[in-house]
Design a protein around this ligand. Structure first.
Ligand SMILES: Nc1ncnc2c1ncn2[C@@H]1O[C@H](COP(=O)(O)OP(=O)(O)OP(=O)(O)O)[C@@H](O)[C@H]1O
Ligand SMILES: [Mg+2]
Length: 236
């Protein structure tokens, strides 16, 4: 589904991503872990064409997209749920959802039907459809950010720290929901500080250190890795 070869992201003199290669298969869930500043968000933003892609190849669904613009990437079926959720606080829940479908003219005819689909998935959003997004709780805003991304009918979602700042029971709800997306064959690449939770639903993990992949492997193997336990999994 997504294949990345030797991706590099530089912000002027700062090399945030220094040659990263990996792939994510159709319907697969992969965790992207690593310390603050390791380059996780830069990788997701580079996929969407919102961080400078200084070198490397990115292919999505068999087509090269390393020069494609954001709207065309969304139309191809790749969407980002950004760090910090970024819902439009001054717009209603419904208006936020409609924005998720805006990049694709072909979807406009299905916008209302897709909104109803989101309300069925997230009943809390249905009750609050006319409420301003800024008045939702953190967990509800995260649900709205995910629902907004799903409005583009993606084949793969990139999620940047979906658990950030949320209570453990809300995190569980959100991850149960993400896991359920697999039944619709939607692939997920999840960036998380909360490594344990991400590895619970992911088949595999990649651990980024200073812009490179330091370790990668099956979730169970990464969980058992002593160095990772010390660094990211909160064990002694
Ligand atoms: N727009 C930018 N301009 C300049 N430097 C940037 C920019 N965005 C990120 N960086 C730098 O690139 C490096 C990687 O940042 P990035 O946000 O990708 O890390 P991250 O792994 O997502 O970190 P965090 O866990 O804190 O979100 C950091 O050193 C950061 O300071
Ligand atoms: Mg980040």
């Amino acid at each position: 589904m997504l294949e990345v070869h030797d991706l590099r992201v530089s912000y002027g003199p700062i090399q945030a991503v220094r040659g990263v290669s990996f792939s994510v298969a159709k319907g697969e869930i992969v965790a992207l872990l690593g310390a603050n500043g390791a380059g996780k968000s830069s990788i997701l933003k580079a996929f969407m064409g919102i961080a400078p892609r200084s070198a490397g190849r990115i292919s999505f669904a068999g087509e090269a997209v390393e020069r494609a613009d954001t709207a065309s990437i969304v139309r191809r079926g790749l969407t980002l749920v950004p760090e910090g959720r970024r819902v439009f606080s001054q717009l209603s829940v419904l208006e936020n959802l409609k924005i998720g479908a805006a990049a694709n003219r072909q979807l406009r005819g299905r916008t209302l039907e897709n909104c109803e689909r989101m309300y069925a998935l997230f009943p809390k959003l249905a009750e609050r459809r006319d409420q301003l997004a800024g008045s939702l709780s953190g967990g509800e805003q995260q649900m709205l950010a995910i629902a907004r991304a799903l409005m583009s009918e993606p084949r793969m979602l990139l999620l940047d720290e979906p658990s950030l700042g949320l209570a453990p029971n809300v995190v569980d709800q959100i991850f149960d929901f993400l896991k359920a997306l697999q039944k619709q064959d939607i692939a997920l690449l999840i960036v998380e500080q909360n490594a344990e939770t991400a590895l619970d639903i992911a088949a595999r993990g990649l651990v980024l250190a200073q812009g490179r992949i330091g370790k990668e492997g099956a979730s169970a193997a990464l969980r058992a890795d002593e160095e990772l336990q010390r660094l990211y999994l909160g064990a002694g």
